[in-house]
Design a protein around this ligand. Structure first.
Ligand code: 9MR
Length: 459
């Protein structure tokens, strides 16, 4: 079993190749000694993790340029630059931390830089920058079993200690605030931001080597009253939204890895854009405006569009991809969040796969967000406990979802997020008003069969 796992992991290391992003200085080039115009050479490199040693980064200089130029590496360790050698360069990272790897290419016109940040943990270089995974090892933890993607949970600032803390540190490496990073909480009255609970969550996550997924900047269901009843002009409204997005993203720059910028913009039934206050005041293109504000505020943060019922509702899925394609054409989106509020008996595997396929074919990151699996979707009010039959069916569905996610190409993997820790605190209980047990842990924090199924699906 373990041999198979290791072989699978090695295969994975071979396919995962990362392309460094490039930047250059402002110099546009100039004449060489012969009077010919020389242009700068654009630095470019790929990297992968060594098949034989997870602490070794394998670098390939893929720069292509005319004439004389020099390539030098900065491995991000605070050491002198190293001149690039023909063939692959190997560099070992033995200490946990974050390293900025840069390739600097210089000619007579100036220099350009390609760079990539890598993360290292006790298991070596983190695949896809997701630390805490050790899929080749004997894994009992969810995050440890996941191949190059994060396992997330929804979290609240009041639930960061005791058993919550114990479970989160053991199983999860990605956090989404369940409600405290939404506009009604972070911007309760005009001109007064309150980032207290959000800060607690972000700081907790960062001090435990977890990624933070910001959720959700613009959502019609978490818009404060003062915004719903905004008293200024439309131009003032838009300036206020820009200030809100800019202030929030600037505060969490380098801390929050990704944001749901607009959440659930599609109207139920019609699949038209919801007529939210944002649309009314900023116009039909309010979505792209919000993503542009986010991109401007933090060009490095990953931007997602997040919505529900994208699996079985093909009309809604098409409407979502239309929004996403428009954003993508302008370079304003990095990923799709498909909320997975599902049931033990549906949607089908094929329906779930369809949203994956659409996302992968567009070259975007896939987030399975907000996963919970209803065990009582019939709404039976007479059931008082989760039957063993339903527990198994639910566990099988968790396993299926994990398997579907695990099979996504590495370059499109991001995170699979469970919407809460324990059954009795799921939002679904209030929402449907019937008994249910939709999560991985029971009311006493005991792992359920669902957790076992999910773990097996990841392995
Ligand atoms: O589960 C969340 C609940 O605790 C909050 O009170 C509510 C309002 O902020 O949001 C719930 O989460 C929602 C998520 O943010 C977006 N998709 C639907 C989720 C359930 O309503």
């Amino acid at each position: 079993m373990k041999t198979i796992k290791i072989a699978k992991l090695l295969a994975l290391f071979m396919i995962v190749v990362f392309y460094a992003c490039s930047s250059d200085d402002t110099d546009e080039g100039g004449p060489d000694e012969g009077g010919n115009t020389v242009t700068k050479v654009q630095a470019a490199f790929k990297y992968s993790i060594s098949e034989s040693n997870p602490n070794i980064l394998v670098l390939e200089n893929t720069t292509q340029g005319e004439g004389e130029y020099k390539s030098e590496w900065d491995f991000g360790k605070g050491e002198a630059f190293v001149v690039d050698q023909p063939g692959l360069d190997m560099v070992e990272y033995d200490n946990a931390g974050e390293y900025r790897v840069r390739l600097i290419v210089t000619n007579s016109a100036g220099f350009t830089i390609a760079e990539e940040v890598i993360k290292v943990d006790s298991n070596g270089i983190c695949l896809n920058n997701i630390c805490g995974s050790d899929p080749g090892g004997d894994v009992a933890s969810l995050k440890g079993a996941a191949n190059g993607f994060a396992i997330g949970t929804a979290v609240q600032a009041g639930r960061l200690s005791g058993k919550y803390d114990e479970i989160m540190r053991a199983d999860f490496n990605n956090l989404t605030a369940e409600y405290q990073m939404k506009m009604n909480i972070m911007y309760p009255s005009q001109g007064n931001y309150d980032f207290g609970p959000a800060d607690e969550i972000v700081n907790y996550g960062l001090s435990n080597d977890m990624n933070i997924h910001g959720h959700a900047l613009i959502w019609h269901n978490a818009t404060p009253d003062w915004v719903e009843n905004f008293s200024g002009t439309d131009a003032e409204f838009e300036a206020m939204v820009e200030d809100y997005i800019t202030t929030t993203l600037t505060r969490y720059k380098g801390k929050v890895r990704s944001w749901d910028v607009v959440n659930e913009a599609i109207e139920d039934g019609s699949n038209e854009l919801r007529n939210s206050v944002f649309r009314q005041k900023m116009g039909d293109n309010y979505i792209e405006k919000c993503y542009q504000f986010a991109r401007n505020a933090d060009p490095d943060v990953l931007l997602f569009y997040n919505d529900y019922n994208l699996t079985f509702d093909t009309g809604k899925q098409a409407a979502m991809f239309a929004i996403v394609d428009n954003l993508k054409a302008q370079g304003l989106i990095d990923g799709v969040g498909a909320q997975m509020h599902i049931s033990y008996n549906g949607p089908t595997k094929e329906q779930i796969q369809s949203v994956v396929d659409g996302t992968v074919s567009r070259g975007l990151l896939m987030h399975f967000a907000e996963l919970d699996i209803r065990a009582n979707p019939e709404g039976d009010t007479n059931v008082s406990a989760l039957s063993s039959q339903r527990a198994i069916a639910q566990s099988d569905k968790f396993k299926e979802v994990a398997e579907i996610y695990d099979a996504i190409p590495q370059a499109n993997k991001f995170a699979l997020t469970i919407w809460g820790i324990k059954d009795d605190e799921s939002w679904l209980l209030d929402f449907w008003g019937v008994p249910d047990w939709p999560l991985l842990f029971d009311a006493s924090f005991n792992p359920k069969e669902a957790r076992q199924g999910f773990l097996e699906g990841l392995q």
